[in-house]
Ligand binder design. Structure first.
Ligand SMILES: N[C@@H](CCC(=O)N[C@@H](CS)C(=O)NCC(=O)O)C(=O)O
Length: 212
């Protein structure tokens, strides 16, 4: 049975799963869930937190975009690239991969998604962005990106010289930097300060799985 992905194309968390499905070349069917439908009892039995995305893989239900991605690489090892370090790399290299995953989830995502909420969601629902909050968040993001530069000036990707899920998980929000007026990769001064971050981010958003 074809894997079913319940979500919405505009949802960045759904996009994270679609990206991995495409990278892994796993056939799937997107079941579009409309806004406000997540609270229906028939959905809550599958996603108790009333969110998207979730998948149904031949009766196996799983939610949380990052957990879904980890499941896909483990359950479909014969499809596409590995995207995670193999067990043979040892405990320490595995731990470095986990470290990179945490950087995305706890360092990058909360700050960038908060800026995007202000810049994109608020105007969409008729509210005014809080410019003082955006300035504080942008300052915070800049200190985070300085950290990324320290990492990415030493290795091609976050967990070494091979691309992994840790890098790919950034893509849905990276693709919104332009719309969200986040100038990290367009401001000459910032690009000069963080050239490795610009190199890494530009390469990620140009991957075939993003463009297709
Ligand atoms: N940590 C969750 C977050 C899921 C989430 O926040 N989903 C949003 C859409 S991007 C949602 O379902 N919001 C409620 C709604 O759209 O009804 C994940 O990574 O899957």
């Amino acid at each position: 049975m074809t894997l079913k992905l319940y979500g919405r194309l505009q949802s960045t968390n759904t996009q994270r799963v679609i990206l991995i499905l495409k990278e892994k070349k796993i056939p799937y069917e997107l079941v579009e869930v409309e806004f406000g439908q997540n609270n229906q009892p028939e959905r809550l039995q599958f996603q108790p937190f009333a969110e998207i995305p979730y998948i149904d893989d031949d009766g196996f239900i799983l939610y949380e975009s990052r957990a879904i991605a980890r499941y896909l690489v483990a359950a479909y090892p014969e499809h596409g690239p590995t995207l995670v370090p193999p067990p043979s790399v040892g405990v320490k290299a595995q731990a470095l991969f986990e470290q990179a995953l945490s950087v995305e989830a706890f360092n990058f995502y909360p700050t960038v998604s908060s800026i995007l909420m202000e810049r994109l969601l608020k105007p969409f629902i008729g509210q005014t962005p809080d410019e003082a909050e955006i300035a504080t968040l942008t300052e915070k993001l800049d200190t985070r990106l300085a950290g990324y530069e320290r990492v990415l000036s030493k290795s091609k990707y976050l967990a070494g010289d091979e691309v992994t899920l840790a890098d790919l998980f950034h893509i849905p929000l990276l693709t919104l930097f332009g719309l969200g007026q986040i100038d990290a990769f367009t401001n000459d001064e910032k690009v000069k300060k963080w050239p490795s971050v610009a190199r890494w981010a530009n390469e990620l958003v140009q991957r075939g799985s993003v463009q297709s």
